[in-house]
Design a protein. Sequence first.
Length: 114
Amino acid sequence: MSSYQGAQIFEIIGLADEVVEGAFKGSVSRVGGMNYEDLQKEIVQIHEGGYNETLKKLIAAGFLRQKKDGEYHFNNTEAVKFLHKAIYDKDYDHYKLYEDHLSQRPPVSLRDLL
């Protein structure tokens, strides 16, 4: 962490100015985000999920791999199926379904918000 902090070779995305100044002083952050209170809430929530006595196994939130009720992924199963169908059938109508699916999805990157 200290080598990245000192090198300042990246831009901070998703952290509030107070966190950037406290943890990554001098780094560039043009987009705001989570403050210390938000980070604490998320950490507590994840920690409580890991120590819940009633659960038989840990909850997979879908951060790394798509899960039905987890975090939304740009390359989700439905989108991939639409794209594969359009490519294999060489059918513009199927590609149009893929396009429509992409246009109706929630934003997942900064570019989606522009």
